[in-house]
Design a protein around this ligand. Structure first.
Ligand code: NDP
Length: 326
């Protein structure tokens, strides 16, 4: 028997979350079984557990879009019993049972070996959000954004992706300006490496097609009017890595930043990101965050706390990263 958080839909179509005891024969199909050490709470888990977004179509579902754990059974020649592995994305916790469980069964193709020297706690302190932050940093670097070109902006800075992005960019030598709606997090964000903390209200509302050119790069986790404002303030040749929609999936912008300043808008997706790029990102995370005090941006919670935390994350009330220990 093992314990899992399971989502069901009641007769009114409302998503209900409960802790259940399951047996191995309940696990979905897959060729690798993993004893889960940690999952983590991501924005998408918040949408799934609260039923806010149409994330889950097949019930019952075990949520948890990422996990780290130890292989117990494998029919995949690349993985043996005892191997430490990470999973993020591929629709796990959405279409395939996920990590908020003591046990998971998945496809070997979806796994990445835990980098040597990284602990399971560190891996899920990073999790999907941190991996996405790294993919954003790498996208900006590939677009030619360098610290000497000017300051860089991070939106939704107190969230999971935002807080890891602030940490990574500061470590890479950028002057990081963090946008937050929670100014009481200012000292915490500065502790992660932010140079200044800007109020979100300054970026809300309709923006002009072009504003004063301020930023060499940006990581955007929120979309909507805020992303439009950020685009209008990009310096010549600047680039924005866009990965999120915490404010809105809309983008009320114009072509002006692109055609008059050569601004680049770089889409970042972690879910279907190919293996080689994922592995490179995890290795870089190990290198860049090696000596980081991960508890500066992460806390640990139990499966029982997930329904409450899910409400909090979609209301923008969770700070940094939350590991879930099943
Ligand atoms: P979090 O909830 O941890 O962070 C989001 C942050 O955005 C909040 O902490 C808050 O920061 C800010 N925010 C929340 N609501 C609003 C609002 N209405 N208007 C403006 N800002 C708001 O989520 P994650 O960091 O886990 O994810 C961030 C986004 O990235 C989500 O949309 C998620 O779906 C997406 N994502 C995409 C991935 C991909 O592969 N493309 C992978 C992972 C995440 P503050 O209080 O500091 O303002």
């Amino acid at each position: 028997m093992f314990k899992a958080l399971q989502l069901r839909q009641d007769d009114a179509g409302k998503t209900q979350a409960e802790i259940v005891q399951l047996e191995d024969h309940h696990l979905p199909q897959g060729n690798v079984t993993v004893e889960v050490q940690y999952s983590s709470l991501n924005y998408k888990d918040g949408l799934a557990v609260t039923g806010t977004g149409k994330i889950i179509r097949d019930f019952p579902m075990v949520p948890g879009i990422d996990f780290v754990g130890t292989v117990t059974d494998s029919e995949d020649p690349r993985y043996q019993s005892g191997d430490a592995v990470i999973l993020t994305g591929w629709g796990v916790g959405e279409r395939h049972w996920g990590g908020m469980s003591q046990r998971a069964r998945v496809q070997g193709d979806w796994l990445v070996p835990l980098p040597q020297g990284m602990s399971p706690e560190q891996a899920m302190a990073i999790g999907t959000a941190g991996l996405t932050a790294m993919l954003c940093v790498q996208a900006l670097e590939q677009a030619g954004v360098r610290p000497e070109q000017g300051p860089i902006l991070v939106t939704g800075a107190s969230g999971g992706v935002g807080s890891v992005a602030v940490t990574l960019l500061a470590k890479a030598g950028f002057e990081v300006h963090a946008i937050t709606g929670r100014e009481d997090n200012a000292d915490w964000l500065k502790g992660l490496g932010a140079h200044t903390v800007l109020p979100r209200s300054q970026f809300e509302g309709q923006s002009r097609p072009l504003d004063k050119a301020l930023w060499a790069g940006a990581v955007d986790t929120v979309g909507g009017e805020i992303l439009a404002k950020v685009l209008s303030q990009m310096a010549y040749d600047g680039a924005v890595a866009a990965c999120g929609l915490a404010a809105s999936f809309s983008l009320p912008t114009t072509v002006m930043p692109f055609i008059l300043r050569g601004v680049k808008l770089l889409g970042v997706d972690s879910v279907m990101c190919p293996f080689e790029r994922r592995q490179a990102a995890w290795n870089r995370l190990l290198k860049d965050l090696g000596t980081q005090h991960y508890d500066a941006f992460s806390t640990v919670a139990s499966l029982e706390e997930v329904p409450q935390l899910a409400q909090q994350i979609i209301q923008g009330q969770v700070r940094g990263r939350v590991l879930i220990k099943p």
